[in-house]
Ligand binder design. Structure first.
Ligand code: PMV
Length: 322
């Protein structure tokens, strides 16, 4: 038996990934930009065990069946196909991020799994290779491999679609946990529904490609205000696409909207703060590190908060010995 352990953190997109060009290999319709956080890591150990007749997934000490286990099995199939292994594995994962609450547990989860599985099966990959592999499990996981700020190039095929580091101004994110419960519709299903039914989807694609270009130039210029404005606009556009789906779908709750309003008010008061939200009710506020305490004080009456800073990329804590 060989085993390896890896750790990864969630990331929050400033320019969102919303919609696939190719669902089979998780190619996104557009590129995206994110910050990997220094909180809520996922730690995963993969043990390749010739005695197993199927892959085992243990999440927070509890054996999983159904869709989560099948997703892991499909992911490990990719690693087995690449390495020529016929062996199954035991995957043990500890999440510190509330699962499926729109705080990107799939991003930290599949990034950690990519690192641990590649090492356990003896597949030596460079950083772009690990990002590509993580992408196959969950698109946003491609960015959690990268420390700090990451741009995920949409690419045109498996080889060209991966994330890499970009330099950006020093920032913090105040995370407002509006609701920790599992969301009723997964981002996977909501993305599919958006592509198929939202009349705003084509406009989302063209506007997001432009937003990414502008966001990258704001990063290069160290322009927090421009980057923040693009971030909030892009998030609201994504939620507009989602809210135009059939059957109807809405992730933002009255509390989420109240936080967006409070953040707009903070800007009127002279604090550069900008809100974003993934496919869930939680809101994340982008600001300068020096303003994080004021942002926290302004929104902590509305939801539980925690402040994050740019975090590390994928860390393989224990390499498989062979
Ligand atoms: O990678 P997935 O399938 O969990 O999709 C993530 C989509 C968003 O979090 C809403 C946006 C993003 O870019 O992270």
């Amino acid at each position: 038996m060989t085993h390896a352990t890896a750790r990864a953190h969630p990331n929050i997109a400033l320019v969102k990934y919303w919609g696939k060009r190719d669902a089979a290999v998780n190619l996104p319709a557009t590129g995206s930009l994110s910050m990997t956080l220094d909180i809520f890591p996922t730690t995963t150990t993969v043990t390749v065990d010739p005695a197993l007749d199927r892959d085992v997934l243990v999440l927070g000490g509890a054996a999983q069946d159904g869709v989560p286990r099948e997703r892991v099995e499909r992911f490990l199939d990719i690693v087995r196909a690449a390495t020529g292994s016929g062996h199954h594995a035991r995957v043990e994962t500890e999440n510190t991020v509330p699962s499926a609450a729109g705080l990107a547990s799939s991003a930290s989860g599949f990034a950690a799994l990519a690192g641990a599985a590649a090492s356990a099966y003896g597949w030596t990959l460079d950083l772009p290779g690990l990002s590509r592999l993580a992408r196959r499990g969950s698109g946003s996981a491609s960015r959690s491999v990268i420390p700090g700020f990451a741009v995920w190039h949409a690419g045109h095929d498996d080889a060209s679609s991966f994330a890499e580091a970009v330099s950006a101004p020093d920032l913090a994110m105040v995370v407002a946990m509006v609701d920790r419960r599992e969301k009723p519709v997964s981002s996977r299903e909501a993305m599919r529904r958006s592509v198929l039914t939202s009349p705003f989807y084509p406009a989302w694609i063209t506007s997001t490609a432009q937003s990414l270009e502008s966001a990258l130039s704001a990063c290069a210029d160290g322009d927090v205000d421009r980057l923040g404005r693009i971030t909030e606009t892009n998030a609201l556009r994504m939620h507009a696409v989602i809210q135009a789906c059939d059957p109807p779908l809405r992730y933002l709750t009255p509390t989420s909207v109240a936080i967006f309003d409070r953040v707009a008010q903070l800007r009127d008061e002279g604090i550069a703060a900008f809100a974003t939200a993934d496919a869930g009710p939680n809101v994340v506020v982008l600001c300068r590190p020096d303003d994080a305490a004021a942002v926290d004080a302004a929104i902590s009456g509305l939801a539980e908060t925690v402040t994050a800073r740019p975090g590390p990329g994928l860390q393989v804590l224990e390499e498989a010995a062979r």
